[in-house]
Design a protein around this ligand. Structure first.
Ligand code: C5P
Length: 211
């Protein structure tokens, strides 16, 4: 059983995905962490984000156990991730890892940008989670401020818009809803309301665990 969750930064897809995985007893993979880790490893090697070959090397030697790293959450890493995410060779390398993960029994929830369209086009349920950019920027602003980062609301909105553009306009596996994705707009919803709405949509499609 595979549940695919896609959507832009700070749409709430990560929190919703984690909670869905808990509810169903499935494994959960935040695929953004893979791209973030590649960007981190490129920088750590003193290599260039602008060189596909350097990013590919980092993707090929990616250590799954290094994904549990708080430094992957900081602002610049998300932006850097969207640069290495443009490279087809990096995407192809990370695709294998994601496919292996998606086969974990009894099921897996994967969240990202291209899960329903490219990684798991045959997923049992697909969600595309969105929210207005201003709301997403406010959420990210509060998150980063809580982490002690000195950011402004305007600066975070600008970053969110730039990242949306980079992710939707790239040639390989751009961010977009799969034709059969169920849309969930969390603009006016808090975490629990978003989760409840997601569960309703998934229940309609595949039922509850054990049913
Ligand atoms: O989800 P997160 O913000 O951690 O993702 C960081 C970046 O990684 C995204 O902006 C996107 O460029 C890239 N990404 C991707 N495909 C995925 C997941 C993330 O291209 N499945």
């Amino acid at each position: 059983m595979i549940i695919a969750v896609d959507g832009p930064a700070a749409s709430g897809k990560g929190t919703v995905s984690r909670k869905i995985a808990d509810l169903y007893g499935f494994s959960y993979l935040d695929t953004g962490l893979l791209y973030r880790a590649v960007a981190r490893d490129v920088a750590a090697a003193g290599a260039s984000l602008e060189a596909e070959s350097d990013a590919l090397k980092a993707a090929q030697s990616l250590d799954f156990s290094s994904l549990d790293d708080d430094s992957l959450r900081i602002t610049g890493v998300g932006e850097a991730a969207s640069i290495v995410a443009r490279y087809p060779s990096v995407r192809a390398t990370l695709l294998d890892l994601q496919l292996q993960f998606s086969r974990k029994p009894p099921g897996a929830v994967l969240d990202g940008r291209d899960i329903g369209t490219v990684v798991c086009p045959n997923a049992d349920a697909k969600l595309y989670v969105t929210a207005d950019p201003e709301i997403r920027a406010e959420r990210r602003f509060l998150e980063l401020s809580n982490l002690g980062e000195s950011v402004t609301r305007e600066g975070v909105l600008e970053m969110i818009l730039q990242r949306d553009a980079r992710d939707t306009e790239r040639a390989d596996s751009p961010m977009r809803p799969a034709a059969d994705a169920m849309l969930l707009d969390t603009t006016k919803l808090d975490i629990m309301q978003s989760f409840d709405a997601a569960v309703e949509l998934i229940k309609r499609k595949i039922g509850l665990p054990g049913t």
